[in-house]
Design a protein around this ligand. Structure first.
Ligand SMILES: Nc1ncnc2c1ncn2[C@@H]1O[C@H](COP(=O)(O)OP(=O)(O)OP(=O)(O)O)[C@@H](O)[C@H]1O
Ligand SMILES: [Mg+2]
Length: 459
């Protein structure tokens, strides 16, 4: 689904986001600008390029209104390396200062993955050919050129070698037509044996741990293992191996670092949990402020060591998000506030939004259930009135019990369809057509909504 970033204008970015996220205009608009600005920066004169800093964004909105979803979709859209961390995890016990750098390492990891898959895709044709040869060799080993090559033309019309060649070609055709996918063959596959090291005693930070792991991993020879697999399985196992052989890992690393530096997005969730109204400065507040101070250099731009190389975070885009129910953005230390110049507030979702969320997005909940049912050969459809009713119920429960935003839809819909999901295919067989109507929704859920004690536990 990744589009060419070059061709997406802010308006087009918003249009793409609209396919997945309902409402939240302001947030979409601002992330679209931030994304386009990176393209603008990279196309600006060289000497300005380093001056232009990203417009880091602070998203403010209660839980389940689409904060994470927007960031995630944005990254996907831009084919950008993306990682998400919860700021609160750094306040946990056992936290060591430099651990915050792990978010940057995760970003690079994600970037390597992106670059690697792209490169593998490039060499796929060649890798597939190589795989075909290996499978063929396992099926019918080729005869060496040293075979009996008697120039005795009239004695046997075909030498063994020619016969061997013919048979191989025959099987090649069969392979290509997918006729022998379930046939078992024996092949060598590399068993990935990166040993994990148990550490006893003193603490060791993630970075040195990684280095040790890699060192040991590199020292041990790659073990080849004979395995009996069906051709289909073998192809899968071999394809990965063969395409890895065809790509240059040093190139991947370098490109991945560059990509992470220029296009990476780090999403810092729950940033409000590390902000605290300034008080005497005791206990947890100190550790929260400590985390903010540790974040500062990373957000501000610094270099971080990763096992793929050194990355500079100057142009990484940071999107922070939080509900800010208890604390306010102004409770963050001033230096950090200054690093998130763009503030966007996400709207609390209304009943109409819920209705649309059920129905419209590409991966809408109703579509998910339809797809699952379709896998069973069962057609599932929802009356509009039923969707309106579900939206209403979800909204009410949010108001009564606890507002968990659009996530409430999942609990409501899963409860509504639970029995159906159990009965297919045993009681309701293929070719059935199930229509979810308003009566059914009321029937299954209305009682629960009225009974607050019950809905607290069930919905
Ligand atoms: N505006 C929206 N449009 C479509 N789907 C939405 C919207 N808001 C939330 N959702 C759905 O609700 C779920 C939760 O949303 P998301 O993860 O973005 O919440 P969040 O705002 O990050 O909340 P939290 O503060 O708890 O992290 C997702 O599965 C998402 O698909
Ligand atoms: Mg979230």
């Amino acid at each position: 689904m990744s589009q060419n970033l070059d061709s997406l204008t802010p308006k087009q970015i918003v249009e793409e986001l609209d396919k997945h996220i309902i409402g939240q205009k302001d947030a979409k608009k601002n992330v679209a600008i931030a994304l386009r600005n990176r393209w603008r920066r990279m196309n600006a004169p060289e000497e300005m390029r380093s001056e232009i800093t990203p417009n880091n964004i602070l998203m403010i909105g209660s839980t389940g209104v689409g904060k994470t979803e927007i960031a995630r979709r944005l990254a996907k859209l831009a084919d950008a390396p993306f990682t998400k961390v919860e700021a609160s995890k750094f306040t946990e016990i056992g936290y060591v200062g430099r651990d915050v750098e792990s978010m940057v390492r995760d970003l690079v990891e994600s970037s390597v993955h992106l670059v690697q898959s792209a490169k593998k895709e490039e060499v796929k044709e060649r890798a597939l050919q190589a795989v075909e040869e290996i499978i063929l060799e396992a099926l019918i080993p080729a005869m060496g050129k040293t075979g009996k090559k008697k120039k005795n033309a009239d004695a046997t019309p075909e030498t063994d070698e020619e016969l061997n060649h013919k048979t191989r070609e025959l099987f090649r055709e069969k392979l290509r037509r997918g006729e022998i996918e379930n046939k078992k063959i024996e092949i060598d596959v590399a068993s990935s044996n990166s040993p994990s090291i148990g550490m006893v005693g003193g603490p060791i930070d993630e970075m040195s741990m990684m280095n040790i792991q890699e060192m040991i991993g590199g020292m041990l020879p790659k073990r080849q293992k004979k395995r009996k697999l069906t051709i289909a399985e073998a192809r899968k196992a071999l394809l990965d191996e063969e395409s890895s052989k065809l790509i240059d890992m040093d190139e991947v690393k370098e490109e991945a670092i560059r990509k992470a530096e220029n296009l990476g997005i780090i999403f810092i969730d729950e940033i409000d949990k590390i902000a605290s109204p300034r008080s005497g400065g005791s206990g947890p507040d100190v550790s929260r402020e400590g985390v903010q101070r540790d974040l500062l250099p990373i957000v501000e731009g610094s270099t971080v060591n990763t096992k793929y190389g050194v990355i500079n975070t100057d142009h990484v885009l940071f999107i922070a998000a939080g509900a800010f129910h208890v604390s306010k953005p102004s409770d963050l230390i001033p230096e950090l506030q200054g690093r998130f110049p763009i503030r966007v507030e996400l709207q609390t979702l209304k009943e109409e939004d819920f209705y649309r969320i059920l129905k419209e997005p590409r991966g809408a909940l109703t579509k998910q259930y339809q797809a699952m049912m379709a896998a069973e050969g069962v057609e599932l459809s929802f009356d509009d009135e039923a969707l309106l009713e579900i939206a209403k119920i979800a909204f009410e429960v949010n108001a009564e019990v606890e507002n968990i935003g659009a996530r409430r839809l999942q609990t409501v819909v899963s409860l509504l369809l639970n029995d159906l999901m159990f009965d297919v295919p045993d009681i309701i067989g293929a070719n059935a057509h199930i229509i979810v109507n308003k009566e059914m929704v009321k029937d299954k859920l209305a009682g629960l909504v009225k009974n607050r004690d019950l809905s607290q536990f069930i919905l």
